[in-house]
Write a protein that binds this ligand. Structure first.
Ligand code: 1PR
Length: 550
């Protein structure tokens, strides 16, 4: 077996799956149309999908893929569905009531209960198969990102089991759902093996080779993985962030500022150079980073968009880094150097095609929120948040917020949502709000974090990257009050950022706020701590974290 065929229904980031399979030493053929002769040659077929259920199954039907897929399955040759590629095997989904699934499993998908947890579920979770399933390891974690799931209970499990399905279940909040499922030649995972680090690559390899290796861990490994059930379930995520820009010599470097000033302190100081983006991304992946974020902090756009150096950075990083990659900076409607108007959706598409799993929108999120309130709390469908979310799903759209704390005499002194802080300013003022900025902190706007995050959530953003200009580069810990403020405002996951200087700061954030992930930059770049140091510290402190068995 040397070639794997992947069906492309233009749903999400196929490049990462291709990279992962090629990394494992197999060839990949992408099948874009149902009459492609390649489809009849397939011996291993993968059906990946992200985003909207209806969009995916309707595209399958429109492109006439349904019949050949059914025939392939009937032939008994192995097929694997990933994410929406798993979901399409069910009857249908609450997400798109008018669309019909392939009905191999007699169950409907529903939305996760948002009253008890952030939705989408984004992150690393455990799952337990009934029987050995391509080496799916209950000690390992796999990367999930979805709002809808096949929710099950003991009765459903028994029913599916009677119908011959081997179900691997995972738990999110109080709900149990199908993480993977298999029967005869069909295998499908709700998680993304191509984004699940070494553990995910193992699953892909075993599917391709059709092997079910016995899972065995030494006592030492089990101890390292904390295999005592207390570490099971969705983890808090640790994200390494690379602020990237060209320095004065014209090289693309990773830099890091203090309160967004990235130049050395002496007169005429150079842009700090802390390393090369692809090398650092690879290093943090090997150290156990759950995600890597690249922020293009200045415009490189003195060249055509398609030649933007950040695209090449992503392409190279995605070849060897098998965890989710986010890219931000410059995701907006633009005019290219030749005068061509390029909508944000197209800019984002280029990044997705280069290996990004999520894009992050900063300045434009503020403009979109301003317009949303001016229009009576309604979107008009044209903002980058809306267009990208509609095509790629909310989970692919992060908003990056760059706020500063503003003190006021009391809640009546401003129209913005305030709270009383434990840290009064030198004037003794105890009330504050957080003012959003654009253009990397250069311009303040009349918009608070509370209002911004709520508007962007309503417009379709799936996650908040919450920076803090006051804390950025300070190594003094996160602004915990800011994180709590944002967590209260929205249901979507919030990534705490700015100020991490040592492992205990991550613990503080997870302990006293509901932060879903914590991001660090300077402390990793300067080599003061590794990502693994932080994770080990959190594990020892009783937090759920992903520790990989290799
Ligand atoms: O406005 O959509 O083009 O996006 C621009 C993006 O670039 C935004 O995400 C904005 O946050 C980011 N950005 C712009 N200027 C800077 C700068 O530093 N001069 N970086 C900048 C923001 C914040 C984090 C940083 C954390 C953690 N950097 O990325 O890594 O604060 O640092 P620490 O752990 O060392 O404290 P658009």
């Amino acid at each position: 077996m040397s070639t794997v065929h992947i069906i492309d229904v233009e749903s999400g980031n196929l490049q990462s799956l291709r990279n992962a399979i090629e990394f494992l030493g197999f060839n990949v053929k992408i099948v874009k149309s149902a009459d492609d002769i390649e489809l009849s040659k397939a011996e291993r077929l993968i059906l990946p999908g992200v985003g909207n259920f209806g969009h995916f199954v309707d595209s399958l039907a429109l492109k006439n893929f349904e019949k050949p897929i059914r025939e392939y399955i009937a032939s008994g040759k192995p097929i694997m569905g990933i994410c929406v590629g798993l979901q399409c095997l069910f009857l249908g989904s609450e997400e798109s009531p008018k669309s019909t699934g392939l009905k191999y499993l007699d169950l409907q998908l529903t939305k996760f209960d948002t009253s008890e947890k952030p939705v989408p579920e984004i992150g690393w979770n455990t799952c337990t198969p009934q029987d050995n399933l391509f080496g799916l390891d209950p000690c390992n974690r796999y990367y999930f990102v979805h709002s809808y799931a096949a929710i099950i209970d003991a009765k459903e499990k028994a029913r599916l089991s009677e119908a011959g399905w081997n179900v691997a279940a995972a738990q999110y909040g109080s709900q149990e759902y199908i993480a993977a499922v298999a029967r005869d030649n069909i295998f499908a995972t709700q998680f993304h093996p191509e984004k699940s680090g070494h553990a995910g690559l193992e699953i892909l390899k075993n599917f391709i080779n059709q092997t079910h290796p016995t899972i065995k861990h030494t006592d030492r490994e089990k101890a390292a993985l904390q295999n005592d059930y207390s570490n099971y379930g969705l983890t808090r995520r640790i994200i390494a962030c690379l602020d990237v820009r060209t320095n004065d010599q014209g090289d693309l470097v990773v830099t890091k500022g203090d309160q967004y000033d990235v130049r050395e302190k002496q007169e005429g100081g150079n842009v700090r150079n802390l390393g090369k983006p692809v090398e650092l991304a690879q290093k943090y992946y090997e150290q156990g980073a759950d995600e890597v974020t690249f922020l293009n902090i200045t415009s490189f756009r003195d060249c055509p968009l398609k030649d933007t150096p950040m695209l090449e950075v992503l392409k190279q990083a995605a070849k060897t880094v098998f965890v989710p990659l986010t890219v931000g900076g410059g995701i907006k409607d633009i005019v290219d150097v030749d005068g061509t108007q390029i909508p944000a959706l197209q800019v984002a598409a280029l990044y997705f095609a280069s290996g990004a799993d999520k894009i992050s929108i900063g300045s434009d999120a503020v403009y979109a929120a301003e317009k949303y309130y001016e229009s009576g709390e309604r979107g008009d469908g044209t903002s980058p948040i809306e267009t990208i979310s509609k095509s790629y799903g909310a989970q692919a759209v992060v908003i990056s917020v760059d706020p500063k704390r503003v003190y006021v005499d009391g809640p009546e002194s401003t129209k913005h949502k305030t709270f009383e802080t434990k840290f009064p300013n030198e004037k003794g003022q105890t009330w504050c709000w957080y003012q959003c900025t654009i253009k990397g902190g250069r311009e303040s706007r009349d918009m608070g974090v509370w209002e911004l995050t709520r508007a962007c959530e309503a417009l379709g953003a799936g996650e908040v990257l919450l920076n803090c200009i006051d804390k950025d580069g300070s190594n003094s810990g996160y602004d915990l009050e800011l994180i709590n403020h944002a967590k209260e405002a929205v249901k979507i996951p919030v990534i705490a950022s700015s100020g991490a200087g040592e492992p205990k700061h991550f613990k503080e954030a997870f302990e006293s706020t509901g932060a879903d992930a914590c991001l660090g930059a300077g402390m990793f770049h300067r080599g003061e701590y590794t990502v693994n140091d932080v994770k080990q510290y959190l594990l020892d402190s009783g937090f759920k974290v992903r520790m990989e068995s290799q």
